[in-house]
Design a protein around this ligand. Structure first.
Ligand code: C2E
Ligand code: CA
Ligand code: CA
Ligand code: CA
Length: 275
């Protein structure tokens, strides 16, 4: 029994070492990923529910690891944030997204996800201005998606940055709305254009009438505050129908289209036109 215990401990320690080593290796790889051009942006359309028109493509980052294959952002973004690498990676995302958007129809915007670290450690305003200028894209074609947590830290600085970005015509969207400890007061005190209702509410739409009531309430709030309401994670026709009934204006999700490489977007645009 004694040796069992020690053996278990040793195995546990080995496992820890293996995990630590994997993490360190991933960090080494992540540091080289930019130079090695291993990142790619996929795009997922956001449509107007009534007109079915594409209004925005959201840029979603993919990392094609030379050995491990494609690693999802939920795995490497936290690591990129801890190491500060999210600042140069985020700059690349902004530049690539603006460049891609420059070739799309004029009425389609591009949405880029921002990390709180880019607010705290990066020169965000400069990065945005540069990306727009380099691509020859007007600020009004760009949407920035931020989470509630960004608004709760460094309120003054964040408000300043958002206000200056908005002067450029850039739209600001609140991502994953309803999942944080949201104080609704920030909807008034920050310059926001769009609310993205989190997927968890959308998924419960058919089973739960309370989810529909929440969507309705957010939609009405959006109307009163002159903000666009988007539902994310729409996976069924029924969800889309209920969202429309609850006066939600825009939708995004696998039911409409999966995220796709930039080269596929012309086809996505044509397909959605044909619906
Ligand atoms: P998010 O911003 O909430 O993006 C939506 C996520 O939901 C995406 O996952 C998308 O592929 C997925 N999704 C879209 N439609 C559906 C659906 O109908 N059902 C389900 N179950 N999922 C759907 P993805 O691409 O894996 O990205 C995960 C998260 O990683 C994003 O969540 C965002 O927070 C972060 N992320 C992605 N790209 C970037 C980036 O360039 N910069 C930063 N800072 N974060 C990023
Ligand atoms: Ca997002
Ligand atoms: Ca989201
Ligand atoms: Ca999310």
């Amino acid at each position: 029994a004694k040796s069992d215990g020690r053996g278990t401990y040793r195995i546990f320690q080995n496992e820890m070492n293996v995990r630590l080593q994997e993490r360190l290796q991933l960090e080494v790889d992540l540091r080289q990923a930019l130079q090695r051009s291993e990142f790619e942006l996929f795009y997922q359309p956001i449509v107007n529910i009534e007109s079915k028109q594409i209004v925005t493509f959201e840029a979603l980052l993919r990392w094609h690891h030379p050995q491990k294959g494609t690693i999802p952002p939920t795995t490497f973004i936290p690591l990129a944030e801890e190491t500060g690498l999210i600042v140069p990676i985020g700059d690349w995302v902004l530049q690539q997204a603006c460049r891609d958007a420059a070739s799309w129809p004029q009425d389609v915007r591009v949405a880029v996800n921002l990390s709180s670290v880019q607010f705290r450690r990066g020169a965000l305003e400069l990065s945005v201005t540069r990306a727009l200028a380099a691509a020859g894209l007007h600020g009004s074609r760009l949407e920035l998606e931020i989470t509630e947590s960004i608004l709760l830290h460094d309120e003054e600085i964040t408000r300043d940055i958002l206000n200056r970005l908005r002067v450029l015509g850039v739209h600001i969207a609140i991502d994953d709305f309803g999942t944080g400890y949201s104080a609704l007061s920030y909807l008034r005190s920050f310059p926001l254009d769009k609310i993205k209702i989190d997927r968890s509410f959308v998924q419960d739409l058919s089973r739960e009438t309370s989810a529909a009531a929440i969507v309705r309430a957010i939609s009405e709030l959006g109307q009163a505050l002159d903000m666009t309401i988007v539902a994310e994670g729409v996976e069924t026709a029924e969800q889309l129908r209920i969202l429309g009934d609850q006066r939600c204006t825009q939708a995004q999700g696998y039911f409409i289209a999966y995220p796709q490489p930039a080269a596929q977007l012309i086809r996505v645009i044509e397909e959605l036109k044909a619906v």
